[in-house]
Design a protein around this ligand. Structure first.
Ligand code: FAD
Length: 452
């Protein structure tokens, strides 16, 4: 564990007996806008923002590839360091510490005499357990804040155990009850964020430059981590280019940076809030026009919302072969077939092109994801969870609910009312890549051939 404390030997609570110190544990809420947890810290005399890099996330999966691949890891670190810089401009800072949270956080609580902890409310069991493990080692309270979804649980027009398992039913209930008039973001200035102590320095792990990977020039776009870049992308897509007003027509594209919003990498790490995006679309509709495309973007964001709440409702069923349907699956595991699929060396060129885009950039279009997942599950007949784990390793926009929820859906064990949704990848290629331009880009390039 690379953590070293320098400075005075006198305990912090002896030096500062009347402090009200809040430790803000950032996880996947790496931003300062629309953060109820920061506004709720206004009574603090001292705030200690912390990010913990858990070495557990570096270990390989049982499938023999890293849980977090190099491109995704670089994006996460870029986002974390952007947050650190942002906090520094406000006179605060971010302590970035490598180690197990259940050791690090209690240690910080003791050193800084922390009175309470603020953290994002997690929906997935592993993250829920991580916080519970920390909680069991300390005596101060941990306050959990909802900052991932556009609705708070109390705003949903049903109790969580009544959440429909069919998206259309969910959408209709939401649109009838509240539409997209969500609780607005709290954009009032942040309270002062006095750093807990200037006389103690925490040595951060190595700078993120070490982890930067070279961007592939063929990438649809280059996502730069951090909320400032996320907000810039929002502004670019909505106000600058008006690309939002043609989203419904372009969303099935596969090349370039405008066919879809590319909000997902920032959303995944919380560098952009879903509420902020909805607010921005609502404002655009007021100023210009609401049309099918502006509606469709909200509709897609509602899919994201749906998977978040479905994960909260069903918990661990998300990660079982039989999914939330409890449907017995005859799962296969052929390491060679899986390897060919992962590296884009199957007999199907459309699938290969998409898999290479993922491997080299950490991103793939929604059209591509549906095809390669269907191919993995239905053509290769492999265990959908291995496909989901590969996406988890590679995607810079990896989101536990959206990823595992979509994979379950494709595998027929999730929220899809239809059981027979199999993509014909040849037909899909003819329809969405009629001139083979996309396949050329990813298959007939010296860089792509090199890694065979
Ligand atoms: C097998 C599979 C795995 C996926 N894994 C992820 C994942 O790990 N993280 C992730 O964010 N998305 C995932 N998606 C959903 C979708 O493909 C991506 O959200 C989308 O391609 C991101 O690009 P974009 O931001 O330009 O999307 P846009 O088309 O511009 O959509 C705007 C936003 O709506 C949301 N959205 C759109 N489609 C979906 C969907 N089907 N499910 C949930 N939310 C959606 C996303 O937040 C997205 O950023 C997955 C889809 C499939 C089929």
């Amino acid at each position: 564990m690379k953590m070293a404390f320098r400075g005075t030997n006198v305990p912090h609570h002896v030096l500062y007996p009347h402090m009200n110190t809040i430790l803000h544990w950032f996880t996947t809420d790496l931003r300062l806008h629309d953060m109820p947890s920061l506004h709720a810290a206004k009574d603090a005399n001292a705030l200690l923002p912390v990010y913990v890099i858990d070495p557990q996330s570096d270990i390989d999966t049982i499938h023999g590839f890293p849980r977090i691949g190099p491109i995704r890891k670089a994006f996460i670190l870029e986002t974390v360091y952007a947050l650190k810089e942002h906090l520094q401009t406000l006179g605060s800072d971010l302590l970035i510490v490598e180690g197990s949270p259940e050791i690090i956080i209690p240690k910080l609580v003791s050193i800084y005499a922390v009175d309470r902890i603020h953290v994002e409310l997690p929906f997935a069991s592993e993250e829920i357990k991580r916080i519970a493990d920390v909680e069991s080692k300390i005596t101060i309270p941990i306050h959990r804040f909802e900052s991932r979804t556009m609705f708070r649980e109390q705003d949903l027009p049903f109790a969580l155990d009544q959440l429909p398992d069919i998206f259309t039913e969910f959408r209709k209930m939401i649109e009838k009850a509240c539409g997209y008039a969500i609780q607005s973001c709290d954009d009032s200035p942040l309270p002062p964020l006095p750093i807990a102590s200037k006389d103690i320095t925490v040595q951060c792990m190595g700078q993120h430059e070490e982890h930067i990977v070279q961007a592939d020039p063929r990438a649809a776009f280059r996502a730069i981590g951090g909320e400032i870049e996320g907000l810039k992308r929002l502004h670019y897509y909505v106000a600058d280019t008006h690309a939002i007003s043609t989203y419904k027509e372009t969303r099935n594209g596969m090349i370039g940076d405008r066919y879809s919003s590319k909000f997902s990498p920032w959303l995944a790490l919380g560098a952009l809030s879903a509420r902020k995006i909805i607010e921005s679309i609502n404002a655009y509709e007021l100023q210009y026009n609401a049309n099918e495309s502006t509606y469709w973007m909200k509709f897609e964001l509602l899919w994201r919302e749906f998977f978040q709440w479905t994960l909260k409702k069903h918990g661990d069923a998300f990660f079982r072969a039989e999914g939330i349907r409890g449907k017995k699956q005859d799962v296969k595991h052929d390491p060679q077939l899986i390897e060919h699929w992962r590296l884009g060396n199957t007999p199907d060129t459309f699938v290969n092109a998409n898999m290479k885009e993922l491997l080299h950039t950490g991103y793939m279009s929604n059209r591509g994801r549906q095809n390669v997942a269907s191919y993995f599950v239905h053509n290769l007949q492999q265990d959908w969870r291995i496909g989901a784990a590969w996406f988890e390793s590679q995607l810079i926009d990896y989101d536990v609910a959206s990823n595992w929820g979509n994979w379950m859906y494709v595998a027929g064990v999730g929220n899809d009312p239809r059981q027979d949704r199999v993509f014909n990848t040849k037909k899909q290629a003819d329809m969405y890549d009629p001139d083979g331009e996309y396949q050329d880009l990813w298959l007939h390039d010296h860089m792509a051939k090199n890694e065979h």
